[in-house]
Design a protein. Sequence first.
Length: 407
Amino acid sequence: MLFLHTSDWHAGRTTYNEPRMPDLADAMTEIIDIAKQHQPDGILHSGDLIDHSRVSHTDIERVVDWLAELAAIAPTIVVAGNHDNVALHRYLDKLGRRQQLHFVSQPRGAHADYLVVPGRDGNRARVGVLPFIYPQRISTVPGAESWSSTYREQLATLQAQIAAGMADGLDPRSEVTVFAAHVHVTGAGLTGSERKRHVTDEFAIDPNAIPAVDYAAFGHIHQPQALPGRVVGRYAGSPIPLDFGEAGQRKSVTLVRLEPGKPAACDEIFLRGGRQLVKFEGTSDELRKQADSIGDALCLITVHTPEYDPALSQRVQTMLPRACVLDVQQRVAGAQARADIVEPGQIPVQRSLLESFEQYVNDNGTGTAPIETVTALMTEFLAAAQDDRDPYFPAEAQLSNTTGGLA
């Protein structure tokens, strides 16, 4: 069997306010052409179709069109990532099933509910799925460990259940197993463009917990790479460099050949990846010499000058007529950088909003509610805003329960 593995499209992404949809569209033309050329039995997208919940309808429509083109070639499975909107996934899944397009927002495989992809020569693949699950919501997932377990332990339990479900009754002569997931594995190489909160140790899984499948198709980390640990698998990575932490990376998709009883064979197919990202620092003369090689790249430019040049930005634009210059910084010889200027990408050191809130409630009180309860509510509100999701409070559902005959 042959699978095409892609991931982390992040439609709707902007870099220094520059929309990246043209770059993604270029990469998608390549990916669809690769699928047409190789005619895989199945296509795996391991999460983060979109970049945030406010992606335009036009961008979502383009994403769905690309997926429809892929699904016309082979059954296509899309895993919900931490940037994706679960409600949108569920809606698209209802529309897409008849078109061989499956959007998975809940774990699949533990209860014989794995997806089945038929292959050539009578073989078939069992595909188990672990979408991204927020710690606040993992208690709602059937089979998750009790509230006393750590998030890492709960994910390990879910993976073990999925592995057991896929192995039950497996025919090793005609079936292979695939595990598609959107998670952070300890030891994976980060790029810095991932949502920082979701690549901490709190969100990382143990490489040894990855199910012993024929191939593990992972998303969440944007640099294409083999998975840490013993299982054959890869992070497909993003098809375009999403920010300057990925400048110079070669983006790719993965073709996976699976045959019952034999190790998986993974081929990395490199992509142009849209416009390149370039950070330049040097003199005007050095920039002029490199202008042709910079071409149409997205650029951050820092120029060293003997004295202040008020027309520097215009000069840079003239030297790089094809490039998209996102920012120009000037370094004047002998001048001290001003401490009150915050350059793009830098964050001034200050007390966090949560710390300020905790100080306020400790100084002023909260009325009748315990301080710990009020602080916990604020913590969840801030975490939800940072994660670009709705806040979740387990006790909230109880407000609509019927008690004593009254709603």
